[in-house]
Design a binder for this molecule. Structure first.
Ligand code: BES
Ligand code: MN
Ligand code: MN
Length: 457
């Protein structure tokens, strides 16, 4: 631990400068116009892996954005850790809400403000630097393989193909990911599950053209009104989802599991204040932790139709649309839920409109074991570097590829994230605390150390 702290202390500025360089590439995977920057970010990560001492570093082409691979095999009798992360980021829009430009990282109040600062460049880069640190100090206690992709934020479809085609190369004992959150730095935690996802787009079409709202309004159903009503009907008065069969496969937590989850510290007043809301909302009978971690949900991600330009235009739109996603919990299946939604949504449409439902990406939920050697190694690492045992929590977000690691590679995952939910992931002014960044770099080598030790190798 002394060596680790010393190394971070002596290299403080450089560790930050290098991350800043990575953050300056607008590697937005959702928008093809950023492809050159995506490629630069991939090349940068690959270069830094080489500099740190990784072998077989390769920027692997895919049908989409490349995957950066690198490895260091020190001793084949030692366990192997497969580190996964992503160098792509979400779009930075709406740009006008950023206090400083999203791709010009800026420090304010000890925090790095930039798109990707936390999700996931800041967190993935901790692993690259922890690797460098181990190489420069006590050596690697485990073999290590890196797989850093560029399409996590758009569904990882090419990574799925890569994993299936590279099973031998990706052989490992565990997957280690830092792309999730902790409760707080004072209350370190480890996420033990991720929700799945069904994402789709709906379009409601009424008349065959936009109409004068005075001439036809009142006589013809307005698709925007119909869509709003249909969407509103998807939750009942207790905020349960009304799609028939939606909850059929959900496994209820036991009373003791619920208790353990709700024992974690939670300050509702601070939670509301951070978000600027007067009251919380959610499924009746469940706490905030349960609503965001262990219960399935349905959200409208975007809704549009009709005139949204300057001033007023009196129009009865021909069409209205929405993007809708559902977060899924263990035992629910993404394809099944997509089908249930689609059938239901078409069924509730009145004869005055036509409805189309187009599925986007999906992903399966996962729970990670809490009795494995790797989980214990993560617990010990965090306890040592934070001076406090981590609390197990369930994360609300999704990393769809994690279920595939298990299905295709037979590997379990440890979610050792160092972000905070309040780091504004996907929002304007995303941030990552410099403290968390250094803390991550210090904790990761301890994971490798304890994973090797506890594996008895
Ligand atoms: N890192 C997040 C997922 C996350 C965030 C998990 C916080 C737990 C806590 C990841 O980059 C992400 O945003 N995933 C997407 C899914 C993807 C298919 C677009 C998500 O959760 O919306
Ligand atoms: Mn992420
Ligand atoms: Mn994300």
């Amino acid at each position: 631990m002394q060596n680790i702290k010393q190394y971070v202390e002596q290299n403080k500025q450089r560790l930050l400068d290098e991350l800043f360089e990575l953050l300056r590439f607008p590697s937005v995977s959702a928008d093809p116009k950023y492809k050159p920057d995506v490629l630069k970010a991939a090349a940068y990560v690959a270069g830094k892996l080489i500099d740190a001492g990784a072998d077989k570093v390769e920027v692997c082409e895919t049908a989409g954005n490349p995957i950066v691979y690198g490895e260091k095999i020190v001793d084949t009798s030692k366990p192997t850790v497969l580190v996964y992360g992503h160098y792509d980021v979400q779009p930075a829009d709406p740009l006008e809400l950023w206090k400083t430009p999203p791709f010009e990282p800026t420090i304010r109040d000890g925090k790095i403000y930039a798109r990707g600062a936390c999700d996931d460049k800041g967190q993935v880069y901790m692993h690259v630097k922890a690797f460098e640190l181990m190489m420069q100090t006590d050596g690697l206690p485990c073999n290590i393989k890196f797989m850093i992709e560029g399409e996590e934020e758009v569904g990882s479809s090419n990574l799925g193909i890569f994993v299936k085609a590279n099973k031998e190369r990706l052989k490992a004992d565990v997957v280690l990911i830092s792309d999730t959150s902790m409760i707080s730095m004072e209350n370190p935690s480890l996420e033990t599950g991720l929700r799945g996802l069904s994402y789709l787009e709906v379009e409601v079409t009424g008349p065959n053209r936009d109409l004068h709202s005075g001439v036809y309004g009142g006589a013809v159903a307005n698709p925007a009104t119909i869509l709003a009503k249909m969407i509103a009907s998807l939750h009942d008065e207790n905020n349960h989802i009304t799609i028939p069969g939606f909850y059929n496969d959900v496994i209820d937590l036991t009373a003791s599991e619920r208790k353990a989850l709700n024992d974690a510290p939670y300050d509702e007043a601070a939670y509301k204040k951070d978000l600027g809301v007067g009251e919380l909302w959610g499924e009746k009978g469940y706490t905030t932790f349960e609503r965001t971690g262990t219960r399935p949900t349905l959200e409208v991600n975007g809704i549009w139709g009709g005139y949204i330009g300057e001033g007023a235009k009196t129009v009865l739109p021909s069409k209205a649309s929405a993007k809708i996603s559902m977060r899924l919990v263990p035992n629910q299946s993404s394809d099944k839920i997509t089908q249930l939604f689609s059938d239901h949504f078409k069924k509730i449409a009145p004869a005055s409109v036509k409805v189309t439902v187009t599925p986007h990406h999906g992903g399966e939920p996962v729970v990670t074991p809490t009795d494995s050697i790797a989980y214990r190694a993560a617990q010990k690492a965090i306890a040592e570097s934070f001076g406090k045992e981590p609390i197990p929590t369930r994360g609300g977000g999704s990393i769809p590829i994690v279920a595939l690691f298990e299905a295709e590679l037979g590997l379990k995952t440890v979610l050792m994230g160092f972000g905070l939910d309040s780091d504004a992931l996907h929002s304007p002014n995303e941030k990552y605390d410099i403290f968390n960044y250094y803390k991550g770099i210090e904790t990761i080598p301890l994971f490798h150390k304890y994973f090797a030790e506890l594996s008895g190798k």
